[in-house]
Design a protein around this ligand. Structure first.
Ligand code: RTP
Ligand code: MG
Length: 141
């Protein structure tokens, strides 16, 4: 199986709840390594750029407002099948539909304030890693 890199964001709701450590522990327990990390408060422009793929969706404005409402903890995770593994750990977008024991089931309040972001495919992972960590290798060696 391929060693991949993926982008994870612990969103403002989870940072405000003081559960960065609990969420990071789940990545570590699943065998994902943190190869880069930083706490940042996104500007409106950065949040709009990051979620540009959703700019025509009805929830775009609320999504941007939420993502700039407080600091976020951004990480690059590396490991076997890291992109899908991270998405499995996160659970479904809507926490009401997220499987028991997933990050969103345990820490998210709503489909808007849903605790974490994770890249959804190899191409988006490469773009998202480069967006936050210029100069970092987007693929594992
Ligand atoms: P993410 O990109 O944040 O990891 O979440 P995702 O892949 O599970 O979901 P996606 O479809 O990419 O949507 C991005 C974020 O937009 C918000 N959203 N709200 N109200 C709605 O119907 C709705 N749908 C999506 C969520 O916060 C979602 O994480
Ligand atoms: Mg997404």
């Amino acid at each position: 199986m391929a060693i991949e890199r993926t982008l994870s964001i612990i969103k403002p709701d989870a940072v405000a709840k003081n559960v960065i450590g609990k969420i990071v522990s789940r990545f570590e327990a699943a065998g994902l390594k943190i190869v880069a990390a930083k706490l940042v408060h996104l500007s409106r422009n950065e949040a709009e750029q990051f979620y540009a793929v959703h700019k025509e969706r009805p929830f775009f404005k609320d999504l941007v407002e939420f993502m700039i409402s407080g600091p976020v903890f951004v990480q690059v995770l590396e490991g076997e099948n890291a992109i899908a593994k991270n998405r499995d750990l996160m659970g479904a977008t809507d926490p009401k539909k997220a499987a028991a024991g997933t990050i969103r089931a345990d820490f998210a309040d709503s489909i808007d304030a849903n605790a974490v972001h994770g890249s959804d495919a190899p191409e988006t992972a490469a773009n998202e890693v480069a967006f936050f960590f210029a100069g970092l290798n987007v693929y594992a060696r």
